[in-house]
Design a protein around this ligand. Structure first.
Ligand SMILES: [Zn+2]
Length: 514
Protein backbone atom coordinates (compact mmCIF):
# COMPACT_ATOMS: atom_id res chain seq x y z
CA UNK A 1 0.00 0.00 0.00
CA UNK A 2 2.71 2.45 0.98
CA UNK A 3 4.63 1.50 -2.11
CA UNK A 4 1.67 2.20 -4.32
CA UNK A 5 1.09 5.63 -2.86
CA UNK A 6 4.74 6.41 -3.47
CA UNK A 7 4.49 5.36 -7.09
CA UNK A 8 1.41 7.50 -7.61
CA UNK A 9 3.13 10.44 -6.01
CA UNK A 10 6.15 10.05 -8.25
CA UNK A 11 3.95 9.85 -11.32
CA UNK A 12 2.19 12.99 -10.25
CA UNK A 13 5.43 14.77 -9.48
CA UNK A 14 7.23 14.13 -12.73
CA UNK A 15 5.24 16.48 -14.96
CA UNK A 16 5.16 19.03 -12.20
CA UNK A 17 8.93 18.98 -11.70
CA UNK A 18 9.69 19.20 -15.40
CA UNK A 19 7.23 22.04 -15.78
CA UNK A 20 8.67 24.01 -12.87
CA UNK A 21 12.24 23.56 -14.10
CA UNK A 22 11.25 24.87 -17.50
CA UNK A 23 9.25 27.70 -16.12
CA UNK A 24 11.99 28.93 -13.81
CA UNK A 25 14.10 29.53 -16.92
CA UNK A 26 11.20 30.90 -18.94
CA UNK A 27 10.26 33.49 -16.36
CA UNK A 28 13.74 34.38 -15.15
CA UNK A 29 13.85 37.74 -16.93
CA UNK A 30 10.22 38.78 -17.18
CA UNK A 31 6.98 37.55 -15.68
CA UNK A 32 5.25 36.89 -19.01
CA UNK A 33 5.94 34.61 -21.96
CA UNK A 34 4.72 34.81 -25.53
CA UNK A 35 3.80 31.65 -27.38
CA UNK A 36 1.79 30.24 -30.27
CA UNK A 37 -0.27 27.10 -30.68
CA UNK A 38 -2.68 25.52 -33.14
CA UNK A 39 -6.28 25.27 -32.08
CA UNK A 40 -9.07 23.04 -33.30
CA UNK A 41 -12.14 25.24 -33.26
CA UNK A 42 -13.65 28.40 -31.83
CA UNK A 43 -15.09 26.63 -28.82
CA UNK A 44 -11.67 25.44 -27.79
CA UNK A 45 -10.12 28.87 -28.35
CA UNK A 46 -12.83 30.54 -26.24
CA UNK A 47 -12.10 28.16 -23.39
CA UNK A 48 -8.36 28.77 -23.66
CA UNK A 49 -9.07 32.51 -23.66
CA UNK A 50 -10.27 32.12 -20.07
CA UNK A 51 -6.85 30.81 -19.07
CA UNK A 52 -4.25 32.79 -21.02
CA UNK A 53 -4.30 36.13 -22.81
CA UNK A 54 -5.04 35.56 -26.50
CA UNK A 55 -3.13 38.06 -28.61
CA UNK A 56 -4.25 40.27 -31.50
CA UNK A 57 -2.00 38.36 -33.93
CA UNK A 58 -4.32 35.34 -33.69
CA UNK A 59 -5.60 34.01 -37.04
CA UNK A 60 -8.23 31.42 -37.88
CA UNK A 61 -5.64 28.65 -37.47
CA UNK A 62 -2.86 29.74 -35.17
CA UNK A 63 -3.36 31.47 -31.86
CA UNK A 64 -0.79 33.68 -30.22
CA UNK A 65 -0.97 34.27 -26.51
CA UNK A 66 0.71 35.71 -23.44
CA UNK A 67 0.81 34.08 -20.04
CA UNK A 68 2.27 34.66 -16.63
CA UNK A 69 3.63 31.72 -14.66
CA UNK A 70 0.29 30.73 -13.17
CA UNK A 71 -1.54 31.07 -16.47
CA UNK A 72 1.03 28.97 -18.35
CA UNK A 73 0.85 26.22 -15.75
CA UNK A 74 -2.94 26.12 -16.24
CA UNK A 75 -2.49 26.06 -19.99
CA UNK A 76 -0.03 23.14 -19.91
CA UNK A 77 -2.71 21.02 -18.21
CA UNK A 78 -4.63 21.14 -21.50
CA UNK A 79 -1.82 19.19 -23.13
CA UNK A 80 -1.70 21.34 -26.24
CA UNK A 81 1.61 21.65 -28.04
CA UNK A 82 2.93 25.17 -28.00
CA UNK A 83 5.97 27.10 -29.14
CA UNK A 84 7.59 29.73 -26.95
CA UNK A 85 8.49 32.85 -28.93
CA UNK A 86 11.47 34.39 -27.24
CA UNK A 87 11.33 38.16 -26.89
CA UNK A 88 14.67 39.87 -27.32
CA UNK A 89 15.00 43.56 -26.58
CA UNK A 90 14.39 45.56 -29.76
CA UNK A 91 17.36 47.07 -31.45
CA UNK A 92 16.13 50.29 -33.04
CA UNK A 93 17.75 53.67 -32.96
CA UNK A 94 15.95 56.88 -32.36
CA UNK A 95 16.05 59.40 -35.14
CA UNK A 96 14.65 62.83 -34.41
CA UNK A 97 12.19 64.05 -31.86
CA UNK A 98 11.19 66.80 -34.29
CA UNK A 99 10.16 64.37 -37.01
CA UNK A 100 8.27 62.11 -34.62
CA UNK A 101 10.30 59.05 -35.60
CA UNK A 102 11.19 58.65 -31.98
CA UNK A 103 10.00 57.13 -28.69
CA UNK A 104 10.56 59.52 -25.78
CA UNK A 105 12.12 58.47 -22.49
CA UNK A 106 9.63 58.25 -19.64
CA UNK A 107 10.68 61.67 -18.33
CA UNK A 108 10.50 63.24 -21.80
CA UNK A 109 6.96 61.89 -22.08
CA UNK A 110 5.88 63.50 -18.80
CA UNK A 111 7.65 66.74 -19.81
CA UNK A 112 5.85 66.75 -23.19
CA UNK A 113 2.44 66.30 -21.56
CA UNK A 114 3.21 69.06 -19.07
CA UNK A 115 4.41 71.43 -21.75
CA UNK A 116 1.26 70.90 -23.85
CA UNK A 117 -0.75 72.32 -20.96
CA UNK A 118 1.83 75.04 -20.22
CA UNK A 119 2.03 76.19 -23.84
CA UNK A 120 -1.73 76.21 -24.51
CA UNK A 121 -3.28 77.04 -21.11
CA UNK A 122 -6.52 78.36 -22.65
CA UNK A 123 -7.40 75.10 -24.39
CA UNK A 124 -5.37 72.38 -22.66
CA UNK A 125 -5.16 70.96 -19.14
CA UNK A 126 -3.10 68.08 -17.84
CA UNK A 127 -4.71 65.77 -15.27
CA UNK A 128 -2.53 63.56 -13.08
CA UNK A 129 -4.85 60.57 -12.76
CA UNK A 130 -2.64 58.58 -10.43
CA UNK A 131 0.86 57.49 -9.49
CA UNK A 132 1.62 53.77 -9.65
CA UNK A 133 3.65 51.91 -7.02
CA UNK A 134 6.65 52.21 -9.34
CA UNK A 135 6.42 56.00 -9.13
CA UNK A 136 5.35 56.28 -12.77
CA UNK A 137 2.25 58.34 -13.47
CA UNK A 138 -0.84 57.95 -15.59
CA UNK A 139 -1.57 61.35 -17.10
CA UNK A 140 -4.15 62.63 -19.57
CA UNK A 141 -4.67 65.94 -21.35
CA UNK A 142 -8.06 67.58 -21.79
CA UNK A 143 -8.48 69.82 -24.83
CA UNK A 144 -11.43 72.17 -25.38
CA UNK A 145 -12.33 75.84 -25.55
CA UNK A 146 -13.25 76.85 -21.97
CA UNK A 147 -11.29 73.76 -20.98
CA UNK A 148 -12.46 72.24 -17.71
CA UNK A 149 -15.85 73.96 -17.84
CA UNK A 150 -18.88 71.74 -18.45
CA UNK A 151 -20.63 72.72 -21.70
CA UNK A 152 -23.13 71.26 -24.14
CA UNK A 153 -20.42 69.10 -25.69
CA UNK A 154 -19.76 65.37 -26.00
CA UNK A 155 -16.75 64.12 -24.02
CA UNK A 156 -14.41 62.14 -26.26
CA UNK A 157 -11.60 59.80 -25.13
CA UNK A 158 -8.52 58.36 -26.83
CA UNK A 159 -6.37 56.09 -24.70
CA UNK A 160 -3.42 54.02 -25.86
CA UNK A 161 -1.09 51.20 -24.93
CA UNK A 162 -2.77 49.47 -21.99
CA UNK A 163 -0.74 46.64 -23.47
CA UNK A 164 2.66 48.13 -22.73
CA UNK A 165 4.40 46.79 -25.84
CA UNK A 166 1.76 48.03 -28.32
CA UNK A 167 3.21 51.44 -28.85
CA UNK A 168 2.23 52.88 -32.24
CA UNK A 169 -0.74 54.58 -30.56
CA UNK A 170 1.52 56.04 -27.88
CA UNK A 171 3.36 58.19 -30.41
CA UNK A 172 0.31 58.83 -32.62
CA UNK A 173 -1.58 60.11 -29.55
CA UNK A 174 1.24 62.46 -28.58
CA UNK A 175 1.49 63.73 -32.12
CA UNK A 176 -2.29 64.14 -32.33
CA UNK A 177 -2.28 66.32 -29.21
CA UNK A 178 0.53 68.44 -30.68
CA UNK A 179 -1.25 68.69 -34.04
CA UNK A 180 -4.61 69.72 -32.58
CA UNK A 181 -3.14 72.31 -30.20
CA UNK A 182 -0.96 73.91 -32.88
CA UNK A 183 -3.84 73.88 -35.36
CA UNK A 184 -6.21 75.73 -33.08
CA UNK A 185 -7.07 79.16 -34.49
CA UNK A 186 -5.31 78.53 -37.79
CA UNK A 187 -6.96 75.37 -39.10
CA UNK A 188 -10.76 75.74 -39.33
CA UNK A 189 -11.55 72.06 -38.84
CA UNK A 190 -9.30 71.63 -35.82
CA UNK A 191 -10.64 74.87 -34.34
CA UNK A 192 -14.20 73.57 -34.75
CA UNK A 193 -13.35 70.27 -33.09
CA UNK A 194 -11.76 72.03 -30.11
CA UNK A 195 -14.62 74.52 -29.81
CA UNK A 196 -17.35 71.88 -29.89
CA UNK A 197 -15.92 68.79 -28.20
CA UNK A 198 -14.41 67.99 -24.80
CA UNK A 199 -11.40 65.94 -26.02
CA UNK A 200 -9.37 63.74 -23.65
CA UNK A 201 -6.19 61.97 -24.77
CA UNK A 202 -4.12 59.53 -22.70
CA UNK A 203 -1.13 58.31 -24.74
CA UNK A 204 0.17 55.74 -22.26
CA UNK A 205 -2.14 53.66 -20.06
CA UNK A 206 0.49 51.12 -18.94
CA UNK A 207 3.77 53.01 -18.34
CA UNK A 208 5.22 50.18 -16.21
CA UNK A 209 4.82 47.78 -19.14
CA UNK A 210 6.17 50.21 -21.74
CA UNK A 211 9.22 51.11 -19.63
CA UNK A 212 9.80 47.64 -18.13
CA UNK A 213 13.43 47.81 -19.25
CA UNK A 214 13.99 51.19 -17.58
CA UNK A 215 12.85 54.74 -18.14
CA UNK A 216 15.38 55.37 -20.91
CA UNK A 217 13.66 53.43 -23.69
CA UNK A 218 10.77 51.12 -24.64
CA UNK A 219 12.89 48.39 -26.26
CA UNK A 220 12.08 45.83 -23.55
CA UNK A 221 8.38 46.68 -23.16
CA UNK A 222 5.98 44.06 -21.79
CA UNK A 223 2.30 43.52 -22.50
CA UNK A 224 1.32 43.04 -18.84
CA UNK A 225 1.72 45.52 -16.00
CA UNK A 226 4.31 45.17 -13.24
CA UNK A 227 2.18 42.59 -11.38
CA UNK A 228 2.10 40.52 -14.60
CA UNK A 229 -1.59 41.08 -15.13
CA UNK A 230 -3.17 41.75 -18.54
CA UNK A 231 -4.98 45.07 -17.97
CA UNK A 232 -7.35 44.34 -20.86
CA UNK A 233 -8.75 41.29 -19.01
CA UNK A 234 -9.05 43.11 -15.68
CA UNK A 235 -12.32 45.09 -16.10
CA UNK A 236 -15.81 44.16 -14.91
CA UNK A 237 -17.39 42.12 -17.69
CA UNK A 238 -21.04 42.31 -18.89
CA UNK A 239 -21.32 38.51 -18.84
CA UNK A 240 -18.78 37.38 -16.26
CA UNK A 241 -19.23 40.17 -13.71
CA UNK A 242 -16.48 41.61 -11.50
CA UNK A 243 -12.92 40.18 -11.58
CA UNK A 244 -13.39 37.98 -14.65
CA UNK A 245 -9.65 37.20 -14.59
CA UNK A 246 -9.56 36.26 -10.91
CA UNK A 247 -7.21 39.15 -10.12
CA UNK A 248 -7.92 42.21 -7.98
CA UNK A 249 -8.45 45.39 -9.97
CA UNK A 250 -5.00 46.75 -10.70
CA UNK A 251 -3.94 50.31 -9.89
CA UNK A 252 -4.15 51.14 -13.61
CA UNK A 253 -7.66 49.68 -13.83
CA UNK A 254 -8.87 51.60 -10.78
CA UNK A 255 -7.52 54.82 -12.29
CA UNK A 256 -9.54 54.32 -15.49
CA UNK A 257 -12.64 53.12 -13.61
CA UNK A 258 -12.42 56.38 -11.63
CA UNK A 259 -11.98 58.48 -14.76
CA UNK A 260 -15.01 56.86 -16.43
CA UNK A 261 -16.99 57.47 -13.24
CA UNK A 262 -16.27 61.19 -13.15
CA UNK A 263 -16.38 62.03 -16.88
CA UNK A 264 -19.43 60.91 -18.86
CA UNK A 265 -17.59 59.92 -22.01
CA UNK A 266 -19.94 59.58 -24.96
CA UNK A 267 -17.49 58.00 -27.35
CA UNK A 268 -13.97 56.57 -27.11
CA UNK A 269 -11.29 54.49 -28.75
CA UNK A 270 -8.70 52.23 -27.19
CA UNK A 271 -5.45 51.90 -29.15
CA UNK A 272 -3.60 48.61 -29.44
CA UNK A 273 -1.25 46.91 -31.90
CA UNK A 274 -0.26 43.57 -33.38
CA UNK A 275 -2.79 43.78 -36.18
CA UNK A 276 -4.35 46.42 -38.44
CA UNK A 277 -8.08 46.46 -37.90
CA UNK A 278 -10.96 48.20 -36.09
CA UNK A 279 -12.49 45.85 -33.52
CA UNK A 280 -16.03 46.84 -32.50
CA UNK A 281 -18.30 45.43 -29.72
CA UNK A 282 -18.89 42.95 -28.34
CA UNK A 283 -15.82 41.00 -27.27
CA UNK A 284 -17.45 38.92 -24.54
CA UNK A 285 -20.44 37.41 -26.36
CA UNK A 286 -21.70 36.70 -29.86
CA UNK A 287 -24.84 38.87 -29.64
CA UNK A 288 -24.55 41.83 -31.99
CA UNK A 289 -24.64 45.35 -30.57
CA UNK A 290 -27.98 47.18 -30.94
CA UNK A 291 -26.18 49.70 -33.15
CA UNK A 292 -24.14 47.15 -35.06
CA UNK A 293 -24.80 49.01 -38.35
CA UNK A 294 -23.47 52.24 -36.81
CA UNK A 295 -20.37 50.39 -35.59
CA UNK A 296 -19.80 49.02 -39.08
CA UNK A 297 -20.23 52.51 -40.50
CA UNK A 298 -17.67 54.22 -38.24
CA UNK A 299 -15.25 51.28 -38.39
CA UNK A 300 -15.38 51.21 -42.18
CA UNK A 301 -14.89 54.97 -42.28
CA UNK A 302 -11.77 54.55 -40.10
CA UNK A 303 -10.32 51.68 -42.15
CA UNK A 304 -11.12 53.19 -45.57
CA UNK A 305 -9.44 56.46 -44.76
CA UNK A 306 -6.33 54.61 -43.48
CA UNK A 307 -6.17 52.66 -46.72
CA UNK A 308 -6.52 55.79 -48.85
CA UNK A 309 -3.79 57.58 -46.90
CA UNK A 310 -1.19 54.81 -46.97
CA UNK A 311 0.62 52.54 -49.34
CA UNK A 312 -1.21 49.37 -50.29
CA UNK A 313 -1.60 46.60 -47.74
CA UNK A 314 -2.15 48.73 -44.66
CA UNK A 315 -5.19 48.39 -42.39
CA UNK A 316 -6.91 45.64 -44.34
CA UNK A 317 -6.82 42.72 -41.88
CA UNK A 318 -9.87 40.45 -41.37
CA UNK A 319 -12.91 41.99 -43.17
CA UNK A 320 -10.98 44.65 -45.05
CA UNK A 321 -9.91 46.38 -41.85
CA UNK A 322 -12.91 45.86 -39.58
CA UNK A 323 -14.16 43.04 -37.35
CA UNK A 324 -16.74 42.26 -34.73
CA UNK A 325 -14.73 41.53 -31.57
CA UNK A 326 -16.24 38.15 -30.69
CA UNK A 327 -15.98 37.00 -34.32
CA UNK A 328 -12.21 37.36 -34.03
CA UNK A 329 -11.66 35.90 -30.57
CA UNK A 330 -13.46 36.19 -27.27
CA UNK A 331 -12.14 38.62 -24.67
CA UNK A 332 -13.53 38.69 -21.12
CA UNK A 333 -12.75 41.63 -18.86
CA UNK A 334 -11.83 43.95 -21.73
CA UNK A 335 -12.07 47.69 -21.42
CA UNK A 336 -14.13 48.15 -24.59
CA UNK A 337 -17.05 46.08 -23.34
CA UNK A 338 -16.82 47.66 -19.89
CA UNK A 339 -17.15 51.18 -21.33
CA UNK A 340 -20.04 50.22 -23.60
CA UNK A 341 -22.04 48.16 -21.13
CA UNK A 342 -21.43 49.88 -17.81
CA UNK A 343 -20.63 53.49 -18.86
CA UNK A 344 -22.98 53.86 -21.88
CA UNK A 345 -19.93 55.01 -23.88
CA UNK A 346 -19.32 53.89 -27.44
CA UNK A 347 -15.75 52.58 -27.38
CA UNK A 348 -14.03 50.53 -30.06
CA UNK A 349 -10.52 49.12 -30.29
CA UNK A 350 -7.98 50.27 -32.86
CA UNK A 351 -5.25 47.84 -33.83
CA UNK A 352 -2.83 50.25 -35.42
CA UNK A 353 0.16 48.23 -36.63
CA UNK A 354 1.27 44.65 -37.24
CA UNK A 355 4.52 45.50 -35.46
CA UNK A 356 3.57 46.03 -31.86
CA UNK A 357 6.46 48.40 -31.31
CA UNK A 358 7.08 49.73 -34.81
CA UNK A 359 10.54 50.77 -35.95
CA UNK A 360 10.64 54.51 -35.14
CA UNK A 361 11.28 55.14 -38.82
CA UNK A 362 7.81 53.79 -39.61
CA UNK A 363 6.02 56.13 -37.21
CA UNK A 364 5.68 59.11 -39.61
CA UNK A 365 4.03 56.85 -42.22
CA UNK A 366 1.65 55.50 -39.58
CA UNK A 367 0.76 59.07 -38.68
CA UNK A 368 0.04 60.00 -42.32
CA UNK A 369 -2.19 56.94 -42.66
CA UNK A 370 -4.08 57.43 -39.40
CA UNK A 371 -4.50 61.08 -38.54
CA UNK A 372 -7.38 61.77 -40.95
CA UNK A 373 -9.19 58.74 -39.47
CA UNK A 374 -8.42 59.84 -35.92
CA UNK A 375 -9.93 63.27 -36.65
CA UNK A 376 -12.97 61.75 -38.41
CA UNK A 377 -13.71 59.62 -35.38
CA UNK A 378 -13.42 62.61 -33.03
CA UNK A 379 -15.86 64.43 -35.32
CA UNK A 380 -18.30 61.50 -35.12
CA UNK A 381 -18.91 62.57 -31.52
CA UNK A 382 -20.90 65.54 -32.89
CA UNK A 383 -23.18 63.45 -35.13
CA UNK A 384 -26.26 61.37 -34.47
CA UNK A 385 -29.02 62.51 -32.16
CA UNK A 386 -28.28 65.04 -29.44
CA UNK A 387 -29.90 67.76 -27.42
CA UNK A 388 -30.58 69.01 -23.93
CA UNK A 389 -33.27 67.65 -21.59
CA UNK A 390 -34.89 70.06 -19.14
CA UNK A 391 -37.76 70.31 -16.68
CA UNK A 392 -40.65 71.93 -18.60
CA UNK A 393 -41.54 74.18 -15.67
CA UNK A 394 -38.27 75.25 -14.14
CA UNK A 395 -36.05 74.87 -17.20
CA UNK A 396 -33.54 73.02 -15.03
CA UNK A 397 -31.39 70.41 -16.81
CA UNK A 398 -32.27 66.78 -16.11
CA UNK A 399 -30.42 63.47 -16.05
CA UNK A 400 -32.82 61.16 -17.89
CA UNK A 401 -32.74 57.79 -19.60
CA UNK A 402 -32.72 58.05 -23.41
CA UNK A 403 -33.97 54.80 -24.87
CA UNK A 404 -35.26 53.34 -28.12
CA UNK A 405 -37.67 50.73 -26.85
CA UNK A 406 -37.93 48.34 -29.78
CA UNK A 407 -34.24 48.66 -30.57
CA UNK A 408 -32.07 48.86 -27.47
CA UNK A 409 -30.51 45.75 -25.97
CA UNK A 410 -27.57 45.02 -23.66
CA UNK A 411 -27.40 48.47 -22.11
CA UNK A 412 -27.33 50.37 -25.39
CA UNK A 413 -29.49 53.21 -24.01
CA UNK A 414 -27.74 56.38 -22.82
CA UNK A 415 -28.34 59.05 -20.19
CA UNK A 416 -28.25 62.81 -20.41
CA UNK A 417 -25.39 64.31 -18.41
CA UNK A 418 -25.44 66.79 -15.59
CA UNK A 419 -24.98 69.67 -15.07
CA UNK A 420 -25.98 70.56 -18.67
CA UNK A 421 -28.64 67.92 -19.41
CA UNK A 422 -26.98 67.10 -22.73
CA UNK A 423 -27.35 63.66 -24.31
CA UNK A 424 -25.53 62.13 -27.29
CA UNK A 425 -26.92 59.08 -28.98
CA UNK A 426 -25.02 57.65 -31.95
CA UNK A 427 -27.26 55.91 -34.48
CA UNK A 428 -27.09 54.62 -38.02
CA UNK A 429 -29.34 56.61 -40.32
CA UNK A 430 -33.05 55.91 -39.97
CA UNK A 431 -36.16 56.88 -38.03
CA UNK A 432 -36.25 56.13 -34.35
CA UNK A 433 -38.87 56.50 -31.63
CA UNK A 434 -36.82 57.77 -28.75
CA UNK A 435 -38.21 57.75 -25.22
CA UNK A 436 -36.98 60.13 -22.53
CA UNK A 437 -37.83 59.03 -19.01
CA UNK A 438 -37.13 59.91 -15.42
CA UNK A 439 -38.98 59.07 -12.24
CA UNK A 440 -41.21 61.95 -11.14
CA UNK A 441 -41.81 63.00 -14.76
CA UNK A 442 -44.09 62.04 -17.59
CA UNK A 443 -42.07 60.10 -20.18
CA UNK A 444 -41.96 61.58 -23.62
CA UNK A 445 -41.42 59.77 -26.91
CA UNK A 446 -40.35 61.63 -30.02
CA UNK A 447 -39.74 60.45 -33.55
CA UNK A 448 -36.31 61.46 -34.77
CA UNK A 449 -34.80 61.19 -38.24
CA UNK A 450 -31.09 60.53 -38.16
CA UNK A 451 -28.66 60.72 -41.08
CA UNK A 452 -25.11 59.40 -41.10
CA UNK A 453 -22.45 62.06 -40.45
CA UNK A 454 -25.10 64.69 -39.74
CA UNK A 455 -26.19 66.17 -36.43
CA UNK A 456 -29.87 65.91 -35.45
CA UNK A 457 -30.79 68.13 -32.51
CA UNK A 458 -33.85 67.37 -30.39
CA UNK A 459 -34.15 69.35 -27.18
CA UNK A 460 -36.73 67.79 -24.90
CA UNK A 461 -38.75 69.10 -21.96
CA UNK A 462 -40.22 66.65 -19.47
CA UNK A 463 -43.33 67.60 -17.48
CA UNK A 464 -43.26 66.85 -13.74
CA UNK A 465 -45.94 64.32 -12.68
CA UNK A 466 -47.44 66.69 -10.13
CA UNK A 467 -47.71 69.66 -12.46
CA UNK A 468 -51.03 71.04 -13.77
CA UNK A 469 -50.30 72.57 -17.15
CA UNK A 470 -51.07 72.61 -20.85
CA UNK A 471 -49.05 69.55 -21.74
CA UNK A 472 -49.28 65.87 -22.60
CA UNK A 473 -52.57 65.91 -24.47
CA UNK A 474 -52.72 62.21 -25.22
CA UNK A 475 -51.99 60.38 -22.03
CA UNK A 476 -54.70 61.50 -19.58
CA UNK A 477 -57.74 59.46 -18.69
CA UNK A 478 -60.52 61.03 -16.63
CA UNK A 479 -61.77 64.62 -16.23
CA UNK A 480 -61.87 65.51 -12.54
CA UNK A 481 -62.64 69.21 -12.87
CA UNK A 482 -63.42 71.86 -15.51
CA UNK A 483 -62.63 75.55 -15.18
CA UNK A 484 -62.93 78.59 -17.41
CA UNK A 485 -60.00 80.70 -18.55
CA UNK A 486 -60.09 82.73 -15.35
CA UNK A 487 -59.91 79.56 -13.25
CA UNK A 488 -63.56 79.60 -12.15
CA UNK A 489 -65.53 76.36 -11.95
CA UNK A 490 -67.37 76.21 -15.24
CA UNK A 491 -71.07 76.85 -15.55
CA UNK A 492 -71.81 74.77 -18.63
CA UNK A 493 -72.49 77.52 -21.13
CA UNK A 494 -72.12 76.61 -24.78
CA UNK A 495 -69.39 78.03 -26.97
CA UNK A 496 -67.28 78.91 -23.96
CA UNK A 497 -63.67 77.91 -23.93
CA UNK A 498 -63.04 75.77 -20.89
CA UNK A 499 -60.18 73.87 -19.43
CA UNK A 500 -60.54 70.25 -18.36
CA UNK A 501 -58.32 68.96 -15.58
CA UNK A 502 -57.56 65.24 -15.76
CA UNK A 503 -56.79 62.80 -12.99
CA UNK A 504 -53.11 62.58 -14.00
CA UNK A 505 -52.76 66.34 -13.53
CA UNK A 506 -52.76 67.25 -17.20
CA UNK A 507 -55.19 69.77 -18.69
CA UNK A 508 -56.79 70.40 -22.05
CA UNK A 509 -58.64 73.33 -23.60
CA UNK A 510 -62.10 72.59 -24.95
CA UNK A 511 -65.03 74.50 -26.39
CA UNK A 512 -68.53 73.12 -25.89
CA UNK A 513 -70.55 73.40 -29.10
CA UNK A 514 -74.13 72.26 -28.56
ZN1 LIG B 1 -3.55 44.97 -27.11
Amino acid sequence: MVKMIKRVLILLLIPFISFSQNTDDLFSERGEVYFSFQYENRNQLNKISDIVSIDHKTTDKIAYAYANKKELSEFTKLDIEYTIIKKEPLNFTHVSKNNWNYYPTYQEYIDMMTSFADSFPDICKIHHLGTLNSGREIVIVQISDNVGQKENEPSFLYTSSMHGDELAGYILSLRLIDYILNGYDNNARLTDLVNNIDIWINPLANPDGAYFGGNQDVWSATRYNSNWVDLNRNYPDPEDGPHPDGNPYQEETNIFLGLADSINFSIAANMHGGSEVCNYPWDTWSTLAADDNWWKHVSTEYADSCQVNSGSGYFNDLNDGITNGWDWYEVDGGRQDYMNYFRYCREFTLELSNDKTPNPNDLPELWDANYPSLLNYIEQSLFGLRGIVTDSITGDPLKVKVEILSHDIDSSHVYSNMPIGNYHRYLHQGNYNVTFSKSGYHSKTINASVLNNITTIENVQLVPLNFVGLENKNVHQKIINSIDLLGRKIKYKTKTPLIDIFDDGTVEKRIILE
